[in-house]
Ligand binder design. Structure first.
Ligand SMILES: *Cc1c(COP(=O)(O)O)cnc(C)c1O
Length: 459
């Protein structure tokens, strides 16, 4: 294919990588960015321009524009992919946005413990090898009113290892109404299969009675399992067996009872009028042998899987080979122990733990933040009432009264949403009934200024 003469001239006019490197811009970039990304950014932009000339899709651009485009590429290549975003969805425990934001003390603990060495697996008193899960154990035992406790990488892992250690090759009885799927890949039947335990479903989807469990118990029964429904509710003509009845049955038959609580609420949100999430220590006190829950749901800490309950069972779990594969790392452990200290005076926990604070924040306070953002953003931003969700498999069906900034510009809600999402800092919003909404519940105080600035830019 022959190219027209004008295109040939344009191609010839494109700078070489060497020319750009030697230029003032190039020298400046080399001082600020890693050389490999400077080279790659320049090459990519030149290739892009060449492609544009060939296809005739752009006019020749000014050298300053080319330099700016190159620097944008270099800067992107030199930036981490994982970065902070502003969560304006109102979903407090948003699994895709990293669930719980950490408390100040958790952040400090991570830095303190990770900057140098630590006694992660070293018993300072005895001067010999120790166990990593001992660190947060005292606090979990205390706060969960449990005999013993252990920790893993996340709750899916905690459930997997517990089933593997206690029920491999034997039967686990679960109600059909509790065979849940949580997020993409955690499904109770599949985790059960993975663990080698045999699932014994009882009852119907909407109703399970104590006699269903009772009739299913046999010589192969290793465990009675109760699972928190987490992300959905069964209403209407329904019945489930209470923890107390299950505990009584388990005790009579000599079979342990495990409750996968999922969200792991230490702070009683019921008392604050929010949902009916079971509180960890109440469940443990009711006599359940083991509970499992996440560190980054209603506990408001880092991703972790916590198991609390009877010592004999916990010891069996800790001895299982999966314990090594699922072990918790030191940064998580530091953050988790600090979060648990934040819960030591449980009434004060919401002052320290961001997720709890956001869930409990009075609507009037949220309204104040929405107003501050709208005022700074200027025309096109309006404060409206709406509802937010807890998210992250917690408080299913609970809607919390909230206030949002409704954004209306000349552009469509979809293009506004895109502009915010792809900007710096990225802002994740939601569209409801054709309006772009920024829910002030999950907007951190430090986000108010940058968010208002972004809104002003796009409006
Ligand atoms: C969330 C949840 C899990 C999985 O916990 P992760 O910490 O996300 O691995 C397991 N079981 C229940 C009931 C849950 O709600």
């Amino acid at each position: 294919m022959r190219m027209p003469k004008a295109s040939k001239n344009l191609l010839a006019a494109l700078p070489s990588v060497d020319e750009v490197l030697r230029s003032q811009h190039g020298q400046g970039w080399l001082a600020r960015y890693p050389r490999r990304f400077v080279l790659q950014g320049i090459r990519d932009e030149i290739a892009h321009l060449r492609e544009c000339v060939k296809t005739g899709t752009v006019e020749p651009s000014a050298p300053e524009d080319t330099a700016a485009a190159m620097e944008a590429r270099i800067s992107r290549l030199s930036s981490p992919s994982l970065r902070p975003v502003i969560n304006a969805t109102g979903i407090v425990l948003h699994t895709n946005l990293g669930r719980a934001p950490l408390s100040e003390s958790a952040l400090e603990a991570v830095v303190r413990v990770s900057r140098g060495y630590s006694n992660l697996e070293y018993a300072l008193e005895e001067g010999k090898r120790g166990k990593r899960y001992t660190h947060a154990r005292r606090l979990i035992k205390e706060l969960a009113s449990a005999e013993d406790a252990t920790l893993f990488n996340n709750n899916a892992g905690a459930v997997l290892i517990a089933l593997s250690a206690l029920a491999r090759g034997r039967e686990v009885i679960v109600s059909r109404g509790e065979l849940v799927e949580i997020g993409g890949s955690f499904r109770i039947p599949e985790v059960m299969a993975q663990s080698g335990a045999i699932l014994r479903e009882v009852g119907a989807t909407n109703k399970t009675h104590l006699r269903d469990y009772e009739n299913a118990i046999g010589p192969e029964t290793a465990l009675l399992l109760k699972v928190h429904r987490s992300n959905y509710r069964i209403t209407g003509f329904s019945a489930e067996v209470s923890v107390e009845s299950l505990v009584k049955l388990g005790a009579e038959k000599g079979i342990p009872v495990m409750f996968d609580l999922g969200s792991g609420c230490l702070f009683d949100l019921k008392k604050a009028g929010i949902g009916d999430e079971p509180v960890v220590n109440e469940i443990v006190r009711s006599g359940v042998d083991l509970v499992t829950f996440s560190g980054d749901k209603l506990l408001g800490g880092p991703q972790a899987g916590i198991i609390a309950g009877k010592t004999a069972l916990i010891e069996k779990i800790n001895r299982h080979p999966l314990a090594r594969a699922l072990r918790i790392d030191k940064m998580t452990l530091a953050a988790l122990e600090a979060t648990l200290f934040d819960c030591a005076d449980i009434e004060k926990a919401p002052e320290k733990i961001p997720a709890l604070r956001m869930l409990l924040e009075p609507a009037e306070k949220i309204r104040g933040r929405a107003r501050a953002i709208a005022k700074k953003a200027g025309a096109g931003a309006q404060v409206v009432e709406d509802l937010s969700e807890a998210g992250g498999g917690s408080l299913p069906g609970v809607l919390l009264p909230t206030w949002c900034v409704a954004v209306k510009g000349h552009k469509s809600p979809n293009s506004l949403e895109q502009l915010l999402r792809k900007g710096d800092p990225p802002v994740i919003a939601r569209i409801k009934e054709g309006t772009l909404l920024l829910d002030a519940r999950t907007i951190m105080d430090g986000d108010v200024e940058p968010l208002a600035r972004r809104l002003k830019e796009i409006l």
